[in-house]
Design a protein around this ligand. Structure first.
Ligand code: GTR
Length: 329
């Protein structure tokens, strides 16, 4: 070999080693929300912990803002067949793949944020994270997502009967579709990023979501009636591709990544609670938004109206529903 060639090879080798590119493993995570959303902040923290604990060997690339896909169901599919390493996703679309998770998305199953976290951090939560492994995922952790409530552009909703006939956008989830229909509205699945346009053009009359999403999407500009019926408290989940993880990581590295994810749950709850207050302020200060609290009777009307869902979904999840209820006593 010529001297110049040897030198060039040596130079390339030194560059590779010094850049750390040698051992570095990059894992991509898809997030639909913007950079400053509580769950996105959680993912940055997760990336930080993983980098630190793996001595820079594992790098998490947080792709926020929905750049890897606006349709959550399609994103989950990509994770399932290994085209995408991870996604932070609402449990609602994941129930299409992992039916056992439906229990967490049932209306009024959770008494409060605190009692929900008691269950998610306990034995039941751990078991359902494990359950997703039967469907080619790893369940890394849960994130907070508050309570979902209805908003629309047409009228104030003070009782469940007022929803009758309203066209309401839902996530791609049969459970959410059934839930909205059983309350008397007409459910239409639409991708999250298209909802603002759909409401402003009158394709749908409204949607349902928590305070931070209602605010961050600016849906409050086009759907000015927000009723705090809090029909679900479906948590978020961080899922990984079993195919991709088993190919890229050792079992020890998988354990490290899982632990780091778990260690960001409380951080997200804290950021979430702050954001709820900030979002409320933005929405109320904007003027023109009617926020409706239900009377106890009207709230009870919502609770009664969703009971048929417990007939459809309750039987197959009876054991876990009973456990979830007992754990919140
Ligand atoms: C948000 C959730 C998103 C997405 C969205 C939606 O609360 O964080 O992952 O599911 O709702 O309604 O599509």
């Amino acid at each position: 070999m010529k001297k110049s060639v040897i030198l060039a090879v040596m130079f390339a080798f030194i560059l590779t080693v010094s850049s750390g590119a040698f051992a570095e493993i990059t894992l991509t995570v898809a997030e639909i929300h913007p950079e400053d959303y509580p769950t996105t902040k959680g993912l940055f923290k997760f990336a930080e912990l993983v980098k630190e604990r793996s001595n820079g060997e594992i790098v998490i690339d947080v792709k926020f803002g929905g750049v890897l896909g606006q349709g959550e169901k399609e994103v989950v599919e990509q994770v399932q067949f290994g085209a995408l390493d991870m996604a932070r996703i609402s449990i609602s679309p994941v129930t299409e793949f992992v039916p056992a998770l439906e229990a967490f998305g049932l209306p009024y199953i959770w008494k409060s944020q605190e009692s929900m976290w008691k269950v998610l951090k306990g034995d039941i939560g751990a078991r359902l994270l494990k359950e997703v492994e039967n469907y080619k995922f790893y369940g890394l952790c849960y994130y907070e997502s508050g309570a979902r409530s209805f908003y629309n552009s047409k009228r104030e909703i003070t009782k469940v009967e007022d929803l009758k006939g309203l066209k309401i956008r839902v996530q791609s989830s049969q459970l959410m579709l059934d839930l909205v229909n059983v309350l008397g509205a007409n459910a239409t699945p639409i991708a999250f990023g298209e909802v603002y346009d759909a409401i402003s053009k009158g394709v749908v009359d409204g949607a349902e979501n928590n305070w931070p999403s209602y605010e961050s999407t600016a849906h409050y500009e086009v759907a000015k009636f927000y009723t705090l019926d809090m029909h679900t408290r479906v948590p978020e989940i961080l899922i990984a591709s079993k195919i991709a993880f088993d190919k890229k990581l050792t079992p020890e590295q998988i354990a490290l990544v899982m632990q780091a994810a778990q260690d960001t749950q409380d951080y997200v709850i804290e950021k979430w609670n702050e954001r709820v207050e900030a979002s409320k302020k933005i929405v109320l200060d904007s003027g023109g938004v009617t926020v409706t609290e239900l009377t106890p009777e009207a709230f009870n009307g919502f609770v009664q109206a969703v009971q048929p869902l417990y007939e459809k979904y309750g039987a197959k999840h009876k054991a876990i529903i009973d456990e979830i209820r007992a754990a919140q006593e």
